[in-house]
Ligand binder design. Sequence first.
Ligand code: BDR
Ligand code: CA
Length: 304
Amino acid sequence: MTPLPVIIDCDPGTDDAIALLLALASPEIALQAITVVGGNVGLEHTLANALALVELAGARVPVHAGAARPIRGEFTSAPRAHGENGLAGVTLPPGGGAAPGLAAEIIRAHLRAAPAPLTLVGIGPATNLALALLAEPDLAGNIAQIVLMSGARAGGNVTAAAEFNAWSDPEALAVLLAAGCPLTLAPLDLTHQALVTPSRLARLRAAGTGAALATACAILAAQPPHPTLPGPPLHDPCALAWLIRPALFTARPAFVAVSCAEGAMRGQTTIAPAPEETANALVLETLDADGFFALLGERLSRLP
Ligand code: BDR
Ligand code: CA
């Protein structure tokens, strides 16, 4: 198996943190760079968290700062779900310094230089990825696929209509949906199948003895309970699990659109099943949740 060259754009973020650790622990993924965006909390926290997580995993992957605000409109974070520091109050030993270069430029540089098409994973507001493609649209031809945690089939988690990443920068999501390269979407109704129930958390804790696994479990245990679900959803690791073990999912081609209107519908996605010829995305539909948590335990227990 040849590892897949991947760039992850993220806003850690409790679930982003687990997604980064999963990627760093998985031989299927050759992580070229991590780019960071303001999202769940401000860029000063998301950047520091990404750097600390790379250190925690004992990895050597460059981490680049990116956009602190969306293409249009105000920056709004989600400290209620992720805590003031983005990791539900869990503090990590600080990591190293950020690598030079801004996220969008770095993404373009990697796409230009890569010997084979790259996979881009977006698990925060899509600003950095969209800025890269707005500056150099032809680079879409150098993208193997974009995998996004974004959007929802029905109902939202930040407004009644919209999911947080789509709502945070709908103009950016619209750029990616129109880019013309293969795109896979892990929407909210898919990630709501990946619930951190007490028994799954206990099994995860028992999977190993390393500091990274223990920290991941501490972050998951510190998350506030979900208002309606039996456990907090582990959104972002679903996007990585799709690349690592696609057999855990079912998926269907669809035409996806996002509302960039002001007001109550801003960030709402419509996901309409469509034949492959007219679809602009492959949308993940179902998840083998126990298999997903078993994969997490098996992988996170490999880290120091
Ligand atoms: C998405 O928004 C953030 O709160 C999570 O990190 C995830 O990327 C879920 O709506
Ligand atoms: Ca995220």
